[in-house]
Design a protein around this ligand. Structure first.
Ligand code: ADP
Length: 397
């Protein structure tokens, strides 16, 4: 069975086309600047150069037409007819409390996603547009929605209810939802396979450290805690997001700087995090370079980022009554040896004996704790698309 995985952002669309017989990636690509001047598609057939088309794509439906054309291309294509697409898996950010696992998309599911728009005003609308456009272009193909929030639906109320007036939860659904669920689910399962253990017998802490970062505690194969909350703003310090701060800072700053709600939201989401602290960049490569050249605020940004990751690891170990394995994944988690080392320093008290030599790698599955370490530490590159394709296969089968 061949499955197309789609991830629609507000002006972008990422896709992978996977042959589930052997889980082979046949082609992948990215459409950028949808609805903006300068749209383009970068398509890559496995093992070949990129095929790039620069054409105006006024909306997601136009973008998907280019994706289907690229998949059928004489040289760079991998199918002759769209009938060879057996199913489509869509990444969807928010399912509220409605879905705890992936679902076959029908009218009710689409309505539920629309009902969740107030919870994810920036993310759910493009996801929905992607689904509807795809349905118009491939009306006979089964489609599955895979949610970022679903994996964390196993959290207990004691973990997801905020200490606010309870009526806000009832009225507006204000609670912790958590995000990156597909990634936390993939790496926690993968690490248990690598360790030759049943996931049900493990206490796992997964650190998804990328542009957006979150940590999850996974016990008996279920998410029991995660650092992102009502929105993807809570928790760690991120590229441009502030993560945990005293909420009183928000009202204080709005008053002092005379900021509107939108301006404050923009400050917290786009101008904070390691960019805000360092003033250099949101990209950890730039910040590491600046820190090496003696930029104090760049060093400070890295210290703040790493301290928070460490704090969450210890907190989640305490919550689960211990931890068997810590996993690093996503852009920073997979690639930055220096961040991993800083995070795992002085963790012997917890049972972590870090192997600095083994850690000197990038982007590969690897054990980076010593053989004698009670708590194992692994790098596991994430693969959300494969997880979406697996769920899609499972459901349409
Ligand atoms: P997204 O959340 O957009 O999927 P990624 O998981 O791709 O993000 O992570 C992107 C981030 O990973 C970049 O902003 C960069 O800070 C970081 N990164 C990538 N490569 C490296 C590297 N070699 N060293 C340090 N950081 C890196």
């Amino acid at each position: 069975m061949k499955i197309l995985v789609i991830n629609c952002g507000s002006s972008s669309l990422k896709y992978q086309f996977i042959d589930m017989d052997g889980e082979k990636l046949l082609a992948s690509g990215l459409v950028e600047r949808i609805g903006i001047e300068g749209s383009q598609i970068k398509h890559e057939k496995a093992g070949m150069d990129k095929y790039i088309v620069k054409e105006d794509m006024s909306d997601h439906k136009a973008a998907i037409t280019y994706v289907l054309d690229a998949l059928k291309h004489d040289t760079y294509g991998v199918i002759q007819n769209v009938k060879e697409i057996d199913a489509v898996g869509h990444r969807v950010v928010h399912a509220g409390e409605k879905y705890a696992s992936s679902v076959l998309i029908d009218k009710d599911v689409l309505q539920a996603l629309k009902d969740c728009i107030p919870l994810a005003p920036l993310h759910n609308p493009p996801n929905i547009i992607g689904i509807e456009s795809m349905q118009e272009l491939l009306p006979d193909v089964k489609m599955v929605a895979v949610f970022d929030t679903a994996f964390h639906q196993t959290m207990e109320p004691a973990e997801y209810i905020y200490p606010l007036e309870y009526s806000y939860y009832e009225k507006y659904g204000i609670r912790r939802y958590g995000f990156h669920g597909t990634s936390h689910r993939y790496v926690s399962k993968r690490v248990s396979d690598m360790m030759g253990k049943d996931i049900k017998d493990l206490k796992i802490i997964t650190c998804h450290l990328g542009n957006g970062s979150s940590i999850a505690a996974v016990q008996n194969g279920k998410s029991v805690a995660t650092s992102m909350g009502f929105t993807p703003l809570e928790g760690l310090a991120m590229g441009t997001r502030c993560g945990d701060i005293d909420p009183a800072i928000v009202t204080f700053l709005m008053e002092k700087e005379n900021l509107s709600v939108a301006e404050m939201d923009n400050a917290l989401n786009k101008k904070s995090g390691v960019l805000g602290i360092s003033g250099v960049s949101s990209d950890f490569r730039d910040i590491e370079q600046a820190a090496e050249q003696g930029n104090k605020r760049a060093s400070l940004a890295l210290d703040i980022f790493n301290n928070r990751v460490k704090k969450y690891i210890a907190a989640y170990a305490a919550m689960m009554g211990g931890v068997d394995v810590v996993v690093f994944t996503a852009g920073i988690g997979e690639n930055s040896a220096s961040n991993r080392e800083a995070i795992c320093q002085n963790m012997e008290f917890l049972g972590v004996e870090f192997d600095a030599e083994a850690n000197k790698v990038r982007g590969e599955e690897k054990l980076i704790s010593k053989a004698s370490s009670k708590v194992k530490v692994y790098i596991v590159p994430t693969n959300e698309e494969l997880m979406i394709a697996r769920d899609t296969l499972e459901i349409v089968k």
